[in-house]
Design a protein around this ligand. Structure first.
Ligand code: G6P
Length: 371
């Protein structure tokens, strides 16, 4: 009913709007005022954590993209090698696992069969399993050695939104905690990043407040046959997620690419008028921003309609942006938490314009409990 949707037309819109709260709640009580992580709730001892020499993240769909984002942060802070694998592939390839491997599952529902089978397999192989999950008492956390809950609240819409952002946050808390326990030289960054994370709900709120232009853009692009998304570094998984959302909801062909791969293929599909979203890394990030600006030039020269997501004050992109979406200045690793928001709004609005059921897209289920 309309009341359940809190006055929104769709649960998905309501859940998009709840993201500042979902992120704040996932951070709540998990660090001290001076930025020390407190995650004793995970039930893994510091000795067990110091033992970890490899991390493998397993997940499906949007949760796997949260994992791809997390890999950049976890490896940077902890210096522990971290792989990300689709749960449906993991146990069929004879992965190398032992007691010092930490398998991290990510699942909103805690009931996704592929993910459940992956963690069962991991435990049989004696790996330790930590699950990041949004649903208290669901099957995956019950079968795990340790759990870190996301506190996004119930997610009803089939397409995950607040689940996704809170999964990234939980993975970051885990990465920061591991760095703290291990005492890596990146430990100095911990308190800074925690303070930056605390400011993210306000950043997300700003993206929501500015969403009208994104809705208008979706209305303009309603006839698109194909939409592309480009990103680098953590912007790459954001591009993958933007494309997935559009496929799921609007049934439009969409693909996400690593911007650096453009010249190795994707540039061939750029045609006159094809909309291309580009997530531009912060300028402070050595060279990445520069490289992506030249990618934007290249695709625009071939007729693409460029929709550029760039931080406040980045003027380099302005001449090449047919449409500019501004983001607050945040550290590179935190940018996905703001950049994902307009992409969610865009997919939701476009699907709505096409007359689709945004909350229940055809052929999809909220949690896939078959392999
Ligand atoms: C389904 C949903 C997706 C979700 C995926 C993983 O495909 O439609 O939105 O990302 O399952 O779900 P989980 O509950 O494991 O995060």
């Amino acid at each position: 009913s309309a009341a359940e949707k809190g006055g929104y037309d769709w649960f998905m819109l309501k859940e998009i709007a709840e993201q500042p709260q979902a992120v704040a709640d996932t951070l709540l009580g998990r660090h001290t005022v001076d930025g020390q992580l407190q995650l004793d709730e995970m039930r893994l001892s510091d000795d067990e954590l110091r033992d970890v020499d490899k991390i493998i993240i397993v997940a499906c769909g949007t949760a796997s993209y949260a994992g791809l984002v997390a890999k950049y942060a976890i490896e940077h802070w902890t210096r522990i090698p971290c792989e990300v694998e689709l749960a449906s592939e993991f146990r069929y390839r004879d992965p190398i696992l032992d007691r010092s491997t930490l398998v991290v599952s990510i699942s909103q529902s805690g009931e996704t069969m592929d993910t459940l089978m992956a963690i069962r397999y991991a435990r049989q192989q004696r790996a330790r399993v930590l699950s990041i999950c949004n649903t208290n008492g669901s099957t995956i956390p019950r079968e795990s050695d340790a759990v870190l809950y996301t506190h996004a609240g119930p997610e009803i819409a089939v397409a995950s939104t607040k689940g996704f952002l809170s999964q990234i946050v939980a993975c970051y808390l885990l990465g920061l905690y591991l760095a703290q326990v291990k005492g890596t030289k990146y430990g100095d960054e911990i308190a800074d990043i925690v303070h930056e994370l605390e400011k993210i709900p306000a950043g997300i709120q700003r993206m929501l407040d500015d969403a009208d232009q994104v809705r208008k853009l979706a209305q303009d692009l309603v006839g698109s046959k194909s939409v592309l998304f480009l990103g680098r570094h953590v912007g790459f998984p954001v591009a993958l997620e933007g494309a997935l959302k559009l496929k799921e909801l609007a049934y439009i062909h969409a693909e996400g690419f690593a911007a650096g791969e453009l010249k190795h293929g994707p540039i061939a599909v750029i045609e006159e008028g094809v909309p291309v979203f580009v997530v531009v890394p912060p300028k402070a990030r050595d060279q990445l921003q520069e490289k992506i600006v030249s990618n934007i030039q290249e695709i625009r020269a071939r007729g693409a309609r460029t929709i550029v997501l760039a931080e406040d004050g980045d003027e380099d992109v302005v001449p090449y942006a047919d449409h500019l979406i501004r983001m607050p200045k945040v550290p590179t690793l935190l940018q996905p938490l703001v950049a994902a928001v307009p992409l969610q709004v865009f997919a939701c609005e476009l699907a709505d314009q096409l007359g689709h059921d945004v909350d229940q897209p055809r052929n999809l289920a909220k949690s896939v409990t078959v392999e």
